[in-house]
Design a protein around this ligand. Structure first.
Ligand code: SF4
Length: 332
């Protein structure tokens, strides 16, 4: 029998979907993805989730609502740590419990813990635990995971070659057969933020696509070399122990100091505690190196018209600055 596994198209979907897709498919399961985020998913998430949660967590609840009656299992792992000595945001740590306690009539939830804080062994145990749902053959589970890792490494290679996840995942989901690359983009814009804010086109109001239509080359932290990120983040006086914080601050520090970007747009969800620290670090560095910086804060009431106006003004300013201004601060 082939089980249907529901994967919400939200939060860490944008980091690990290709890995889980291969793993479950190798084990004979059928993946059911929720739709792209839309108004009714957002509304469902807002009504079922606690008010205090941030926007992406509310949206995640909406995706679960959409999937819950269509699948045999829901996949909501409990992500604690994905690298040694690093953590994820506390809201992700408690995600399965939050969902289970907020939404009624759920199918069984695969809420296995992923915790690489001290060693990789935990991951292998977690993988076997998930695989046991489909087979009692540990060898088969291990083989499926090895294959998934090797496909995931291929996906990571796409990112290393400058393909942003939103495009690479589309290839994996077979929405597109090839990747379009922009030619002759004179201006490079670094778009910062958590992957689930950047690449969810409903939440970001297609900001990346809008920049690309203006022939801007978009860079996101996911396509920056991990060696550079680690080198630049190690310059902070204190160790940054949030994995996403390391990626955002390390990538932006590298690109700012190397003068490799013409402007920075940070997309943040209202009420994100992590971002309040990260935005301060990035904006100070941008100011020091005279790189234009703007913050787009999103919440469930965000209007697209306001974001479009800010984006147009930002692009105009970048182009004007390039043509007319010489080393004058854009920060006033
Ligand atoms: S890092 Fe911020 S946006 Fe992400 S889950 Fe935590 S609070 Fe929400």
């Amino acid at each position: 029998m082939s089980y249907k596994i529901g994967i919400p198209r939200a939060l860490l979907y944008y980091e690990y979907y290709p890995l889980w897709k291969e793993f479950f498919t190798e084990l004979g399961a059928e993946i059911v993805l929720s739709s792209n985020t839309n108004k009714s998913i957002l509304n469902a998430g807002v009504s079922s989730c606690v008010d205090e949660a941030c926007l992406p967590v509310k949206v995640f609840h909406g995706h679960v609502e959409e999937l819950k009656n269509k699948v045999d299992y829901l996949f909501i792992p409990k992500f604690i740590s994905v690298y040694k000595k690093e953590y994820l945001c506390p809201k992700l740590l408690g995600l399965p419990e939050m969902v289970i306690n907020s939404i009624d009539n759920l199918p069984p939830v695969i809420d296995v813990e992923i915790n690489l804080l001290k060693s990789d062994d935990n991951l292998h145990k977690s993988v076997i635990e998930i695989g046991k749902i489909f087979t009692s053959d540990n060898k088969k589970i291990k083989l499926a995971f090895d294959k998934a890792i090797s496909r995931f490494n291929e996906y990571r290679k796409l990112l290393a070659n400058g393909v942003i996840p939103i495009e690479a995942i589309k290839v994996y989901n077979k929405y597109v057969n090839s990747i379009t690359t922009l030619k002759n983009s004179k201006y490079k814009i670094l778009v910062l933020g958590h992957s689930y804010n950047l690449y969810d086109e409903f939440l970001s109001m297609k900001l990346i696509e809008k920049l690309q239509k203006e022939n801007m080359k978009v860079i996101t932290p996911d396509i920056v070399d991990i060696g550079k990120i680690n080198h630049y983040i190690s310059k902070l006086p204190k160790r940054m122990f949030w994995s996403f914080g390391r990626k955002i601050v390390g990538a932006s520090s590298y690109l700012i100091e190397e003068k490799a970007v013409d402007g920075i747009i940070y997309i943040s969800s209202f009420g994100c505690g992590l971002d309040s620290v990260l935005i301060d670090l990035v904006s100070r560095k941008a100011k020091k190196y005279k790189v234009p910086f703007t913050l787009v804060t999103i919440d469930e009431h965000s209007g697209e018209a306001g974001v479009n106006t800010r984006l147009e003004a930002f692009i105009d300013m970048i182009i004007w600055r390039d043509r007319n201004e010489d080393y004058i601060s854009t920060h006033g």
